[in-house]
Design a binder for this molecule. Sequence first.
Ligand SMILES: [Zn+2]
Ligand SMILES: [Zn+2]
Length: 307
Amino acid sequence: MKITFLGSGGGRFSSISQRRMTGGFRIDNLGGKNYHIDPGPGALVRTYQFGFDPRNLSGIFVSHAHTDHYNDAEILIEAMTKGMTKNNGTILGSVSVLDGYKKWGPCISKYHQSKSRTVILEPGETNEFDSIKVKGTKTQHGDPVGSGFQIDYNGFKISYTSDTGYFDGLAKDHEGADILIASVLRPGEKSIPGHMCSRNFIDLIEEVKPKVAVMTHLGLKMISNNPVVEAKKISKKTGVKTIAAFDGLSFNINYNNPRKFRLISLKDVESSMHSTSHSLFNSGRRNSYQTSFRNKEFDELSIVKRN
Ligand SMILES: [Zn+2]
Ligand SMILES: [Zn+2]
């Protein structure tokens, strides 16, 4: 199983400026399936940029109705369903994302929900599909019905807080996590309502005691403050290996020994994808136009003969 960050930025200003990418993260080969979580602005492009294929997704999970989490969901759904021609995959989202709640959402049209299994994520409820169980976890955030989640695969647990402030009971929802991924917007003790700072993350880690902790969704203040130094401080304080996500961070997880892993920094391998790169044509790489031709995906390319 492999986790890859197609972005490590979050919040409005990190997203607008793209100081950090905002494509969310992928979990690949979890029981043989691939999932994309919180595909914010740029998720589709970042997918190719780091050498993945959006057509091999089995699920798209969206935690709440904020642009930095849902922006590219519909186009990824189109990829997952072969341009809405095949029934495939699971779309998991909060009520606001799938149905809409007051002024929040819906973020995915009924049309885009029509070819996949849809699962509404409610804090405290567990849903089972493919070979995983996904439990919704409470959040305290702008979207009142947003939800984090904990994915359980044969007892191996990946927890994702999504955007939330720290509150009593947050740790309870993420209890048992082997890997704890959290939105940590700000450094030090400077938390703002609805978001965690490093101080809050330390408290959460000390209660949950995961094997590995990852902070992502870094805001501008965090980015300027050197998140790597921040993560080292958190590791030292908690005794739990803590990583500050960066764009293109990837690591393989061994279920039996999640503490032992090697961080990989992915190179931007596909930047020449839409150029006239000759090496591309020679190698016939995946994710190229050739794959589209083989799959008969011609709709944009049909040439009309004029009389
Ligand atoms: Zn956010
Ligand atoms: Zn948010």
